[in-house]
Write a protein that binds this ligand. Structure first.
Ligand code: URA
Length: 226
């Protein structure tokens, strides 16, 4: 077993992290098998959550990128999207240390935890509806254990819908919108952002300023002590 697998073997045992040999989604398992052959040094497994299980802020992404989180074993680490997400977390004091896009860079999250709606890398970065539903029990289990959560940041529509399904909310009652804050029936806030993907940042759909607007709202909501 590689070092990365050993590091994550322990994290796998935390609530809501899929087992490294999760076999629930045939297409994703086939892709994982292919990638293990092609990239034997990669993590190549369901990527566990990263952060503080006592956090008030939960951040939900889409799924690991092939040569990013699927390689390193940490959400958004090595992915282009992490190059905006982690510096923003550092700027807003939700992280400490240095982000060097490596699982052993020593970065820690403060009052925040990051997970993905789908835990395994999908081909072409696209998950299917069936995979999103099949992976949801892990998200539900994780959210049940995150008892201090007050606000959830959904990065993109898939994450937004995953949150609504997790809490049994009607999609029509909570329309996705960048920097839109919703109050769920259980009083937890859901705030949406366009995904910080390379596509969105390169096309200008999401700018650093727009992303920081979202974090300003989160900070205002959680209060200045955070
Ligand atoms: N990496 C992740 O872990 N999640 C995303 O949504 C994108 C990249």
């Amino acid at each position: 077993m590689s070092n990365l697998s050993l590091i994550n073997k322990n994290r796998e045992l935390l609530p809501g992290n899929a087992p490294l040999d999760c076999g629930l989604c045939p297409r994703l398992v086939a892709f994982r098998t292919e990638n293990k052959e092609k990239y034997p040094d990669f993590f190549n497994g369901p990527v566990p959550a990263f952060g503080d299980f006592n956090a008030e802020l939960l951040i939900i992404g889409l799924a690991p990128g092939l040569k990013g989180a699927n390689r390193t074993g940490r959400p958004f680490t090595g992915d282009y999207a992490g190059d905006l997400l982690y510096p923003t977390l550092l700027k807003y004091n939700f992280a400490s240390g240095q982000f060097q896009a490596r699982i052993d860079d020593g970065l820690t999250l403060k009052n925040a935890i990051i997970t993905n709606a789908v835990r395994c890398v999908p081909p072409q970065n696209k998950t299917t509806g069936a995979e999103e539903s099949t992976c949801r029990p892990y998200l539900i289990e994780q959210i049940e254990k995150l008892t201090k959560i007050r606000i959830i940041l959904a990065l993109g529509l898939v994450a937004h819908n995953a949150v609504l399904s997790t809490f049994g909310e009607k999609k029509s009652a909570f329309k996705f919108g960048h920097n839109r804050m919703h109050t769920l029936s259980n009083k937890i806030k859901l705030i949406d952002s366009y995904h910080c993907s390379r596509y969105n940042t390169n096309t200008g759909r999401l700018t650093t300023e727009m992303f920081e607007d979202v974090f300003n709202q989160i900070k205002n909501y959680l209060g200045s002590e955070n």
